[in-house]
Design a protein around this ligand. Structure first.
Ligand SMILES: [Zn+2]
Length: 419
């Protein structure tokens, strides 16, 4: 057992308990206890301790929508319309990808994610076995899906059969991994067709994997789906029988009340990507309304070519402010609600009930922001400081499954060996 001590511990448990000073007892990759430091220490005399000092420990943030290999394209074609950006800047470069290039770019993204407190991610891209390999190397937790589109040949396969074979091979290669799981991820309604979507759904059921796709990102997508299928994207997908409680839908910007009723009925999770939606001028997802209705909502960065950062501390701040600004009510998206989306909402989107909180039995996935920064003092409300004042650069330590996977160089902590 090891006990981490800090000035503050934000548990994000059901009661949203906050302890100061706080202690987190960890064993075998799981949380054993989270509580006031004197109580936890008294119950486990002689345990090894690491005192992080003037820090706040939080559950690891969850980036519930990412394309981590796209870090290689950061800063290319900024400020262009989506179609021109894809055709002129992204597709020509993606055609030249090598497996090693994807692996290296994913590694760079994991450094960015881990250094800013993200411990879990949900990725969709191409040649995804390279993202699996890179994630395995660094020890981050994730759900990973190969893009499924109707355009062949594509990087994932020369034919549809080759693409589905690749997904099955990945399933066989990574089955039982302690941190990584697969998902079947059709790209979007406008890059697929009914038969292909149903086939992808059937494959998810066959493999026991969850199911995710981009959904209702723009008004143009809705217009085209209505023209082609006579239905908006969400009713269209529902008519195909592909939506369920294992389904995670990325964006959901252009959704109406009837769409939200379907999401509630089917139990789908939604991932809000505030920076990407604003940068691409896609619009503002009605997240405040979704949360009020009880839709499970998480936060994501989307790709680093449309954000352009992969920093969930920054994303949480933006989600809070955007929720207020778009609804005209300062209490419409509180700091606590925004932090809930980035943690507990992420658990719903990744279909992993053991992440997003620090409570007994949960995975020991956490990070620690230093309070030795002028923007982090005074502490009247620690959650306020984390959401409204932090930048992510204050992080000193990131732990996944009880294993430190990132440390700020030169960070001072006090370790006492157990007896
Ligand atoms: Zn995306």
């Amino acid at each position: 057992m090891k006990i981490y001590l800090a000035e503050w511990l934000v548990t994000q448990n059901d009661a949203r308990d906050v302890f100061s000073p706080g202690a987190l007892a960890v064993e075998g990759g799981s949380v054993v206890e989270a509580g006031p430091a004197p109580d936890v220490l008294a119950r486990h005399p002689g345990a090894e301790t690491e005192d992080l000092g003037a820090c706040v420990i939080l559950p690891g943030l969850v980036d519930a929508h990412a394309h981590v290999a796209m870090s290689a394209f950061r800063g290319l074609g900024d400020d262009k319309p989506l179609a021109a950006w894809l055709q002129e800047d992204i597709f020509p470069r993606e055609a030249k990808w090598t497996p090693q290039g994807i692996r290296d770019a994913a590694r760079a993204s994991f450094e960015e994610l881990l250094s800013t407190g993200t411990t879990s991610f949900y990725d969709m891209y191409m040649l995804e076995e390279n993202v699996f390999a890179a994630a395995d190397e660094v020890g981050i937790r994730g759900v990973l899906g190969e893009n499924v589109t109707r355009f062949f040949p594509q990087l994932g396969g020369a034919t549809e059969e080759a693409l589905f074979d690749r997904i099955r091979r990945n399933a066989a290669a990574w089955r039982g991994h302690p941190l990584l799981r697969g998902a079947v991820t059709p790209h979007a309604v406008y890059t697929t067709e009914p038969r292909l979507l149903k086939r992808a759904r059937a494959l998810a059921d066959e493999l026991g994997w969850s199911f995710g796709m981009h959904m209702s990102e723009t008004r143009g997508e809705t217009r085209d789906c209505l023209a082609e299928h006579g239905l908006r994207p969400i009713p269209y997908c529902d008519s195909l029988g592909i939506l369920g409680p294992d389904t995670t839908l990325f964006h959901c910007v252009d959704v109406d009340d009837a769409d939200l009723e379907i999401l509630l009925r089917r139990g789908c999770a939604v991932v809000h990507n505030p920076a990407s939606n604003l940068k691409l001028a896609s619009g503002v997802a009605p997240v405040v309304k979704m949360v009020r209705k009880g839709v499970r909502v998480a936060l994501g960065t989307d790709g680093p070519a449309s954000n352009n950062a992969q920093n969930m501390v920054r994303e949480t701040w933006l989600a809070a402010l955007l929720g207020k600004g778009s609804s005209g009510a300062p209490d419409a998206m509180t700091a606590q609600t925004a932090l809930d989306l980035a943690t507990r909402g992420g658990a719903a989107a990744l279909h992993d009930p053991r992440i997003g909180s620090l409570a007994p039995g949960f995975h020991a996935d956490f990070f620690a922001l230093s309070l030795d920064f002028p923007n982090m003092r005074p502490v009247h409300d620690i959650v306020s400081n984390v959401v409204y004042a932090a930048s992510g650069a204050e992080n000193v330590l990131t732990v996944v499954a009880g294993r430190p996977v990132w440390r700020r160089a030169g960070a001072r902590t006090t370790v006492r060996r157990g007896i």
